[in-house]
Design a protein around this ligand. Structure first.
Ligand SMILES: [Zn+2]
Length: 466
């Protein structure tokens, strides 16, 4: 009996000892950036004379004199700028065809999925460490990236776009039967990239379906669009009770609804009924600004809509109807720039590229240029970092897939998602890729002035010594 007791005690001691060894093996990992100037995501000028200590995946200390734990990797930033990783406020990694009909008709699921991993890697190596996906996929790619199987940014997925029959979320061809009456027939519908939902009950079911599949927020199409086939952009697609249905479900999960809205009527209707981020928001004006402020809402805008080269977008030039829509839209949206300058809303960067790396790099670089050109580097750098960081956090404590720290800022306690950039982006936006050229821009592989790209405390690019 005594022998058995002793054996049990010995087994217990051995387990305890091995547990202690395991704890010793998971020692913290420290990286120190010294000799850097900091753009913290909000300030109007760079902060000098500070070092930044990373412990595992979080920023632990920012101070002039940081005591360095044993084993710390020290990086001499050579006076370059340390800034938050960029945040895409509205992108579509899985929407990687030339147009909606190309995606619907010419790409099967495996092609779309594999291509999305190429886009994810390209996004990270272009400095985007966080990505709010604005519809077209659930959490599959996100889980694969988080597991370290493919390179990519942190992803906040929205699931399938939710819109009514004939809306901007309707990928069908003209002869495909109505999906809310006859079942799903479109490829986009079958793949869960898009969900046609008419009326309160269907919208609630669609929103719940997206959350079940890992969405951190919901995307609805409450107005028409330019590159979709069946809807005038002026369309006021969802009524107030339909918008409220989506908001009610999102609210039950502690998160929020983002809505595609072009027309002023649709924008105001969304804000009045609880939508937290207005996507595109082209008819932004003083009334919208006032209501947005009152509701604590945000907007993201794809600035390429204000580029002289807009008509060269293949999804627009390929379709006469889309080209006509684009012309009338540009005319109706011409007050946007002046109104944003005047009211300075909480604006987040939106790339909104539907395509593959070469095209998306050119488009995003051009948008970064346009935003900085129209609104100033500081305002647009905030759009690319701290404002989009606030936007993704609207997903709330429960649904936020990355709840341990802030994003889009260089602050103690924030995630260590950082870029080391050769140059001052507050003065020269080209150091983070900004390019006046769009379609004429050369094909690039990464951004040369982006020397270090860190996500979650891990370095994915380091050309500091090259
Ligand atoms: Zn979009």
């Amino acid at each position: 009996m005594k022998l058995i007791k002793n054996l049990i005690l010995l087994t217990f001691l051995l387990l305890f000892a091995s547990n202690l060894t395991a704890q010793n093996d998971t020692k913290a990992n420290y990286i120190l950036f010294k000799n850097v100037k900091i753009f913290d995501g909000t300030s109007e000028s760079l902060i000098s004379g500070m070092s930044v200590l990373i412990e595992n995946n979080l920023i632990q200390k920012i101070a002039a004199d940081v005591s360095i734990p044993e084993g710390t990797t020290v990086i001499d930033g050579k006076g370059m700028t340390l800034m938050p990783g960029l945040i895409e406020g509205h992108g579509h990694l899985q929407m990687n065809g030339h147009s909606i009909s190309d995606i619907e008709n010419s790409r099967n699921w495996e092609e779309l999925a594999v291509r999305s991993t190429v886009n994810a890697k390209n996004a990270l190596l272009s400095g985007f460490t966080t990505w709010r996906d604005a519809g077209g996929m659930g959490a599959g790619l996100k889980k694969t990236v988080d597991a370290g199987l493919v390179l990519g940014p942190r992803i906040y997925p929205s699931g399938g776009f939710i819109g009514p029959t004939g809306s901007h979320a309707d990928f069908r061809n003209f002869n495909t039967p109505n999906e809310t009456l006859n079942g799903i027939h479109s490829s986009g519908g079958k793949l869960g990239m898009t969900i046609t939902a008419d009326g309160v009950d269907q919208i609630k079911a669609a929103a719940r379906q997206n959350f079940m599949q890992g969405a951190s927020q919901i995307k609805i199409m409450s107005s028409g669009g330019v590159v979709s086939q069946f809807d005038p952009w002026q369309l006021d697609a969802y009524g107030p009770e339909e918008i409220r249905a989506a908001v009610e479900v999102a609210d039950a999960y502690g998160t929020y609804v983002m809505s595609h809205a072009y027309s002023k009527k649709s924008i105001m209707r969304c804000l009045e009924n609880g939508v937290k981020t207005i996507e595109h928001c082209f008819m932004f004006d003083g009334d919208v600004a006032k209501l947005m402020k009152k509701k604590g809402a945000y907007m993201t805008t794809n600035m390429q809509a204000f580029s002289p080269a807009l008509s060269q977008v293949s999804a627009i030039s390929a379709s006469k109807a889309s080209a006509r829509k684009a012309n009338s839209a540009q005319e109706a949206f011409k007050g946007y720039i002046e109104n944003v300058k005047k009211h300075r809303p909480k604006l987040g960067f939106q790339g909104d590229c539907v395509g593959m790396p070469d095209a998306c790099n050119k488009q995003n670089d051009h948008q970064i240029y346009l935003g900085a050109h129209y609104f100033g580097n500081h305002y647009y750098l905030k759009a690319l970092t701290s404002v989009n960081g606030e936007i993704v956090k609207l997903s709330g404590e429960v649904m936020d897939p990355y709840p341990d720290g802030k994003l889009g800022v260089v602050e103690e306690g924030a995630y260590a998602d950082l870029l080391l950039v050769d140059g001052n982006p507050l003065e020269d936006i080209s150091v983070i890729g900004g390019n006046e050229k769009w379609f004429d821009a050369p094909v690039r592989d990464g951004i040369e002035t982006m020397k270090i790209i860190m996500k979650d405390g891990k370095i994915y690019k380091n050309t500091l010594d090259k």
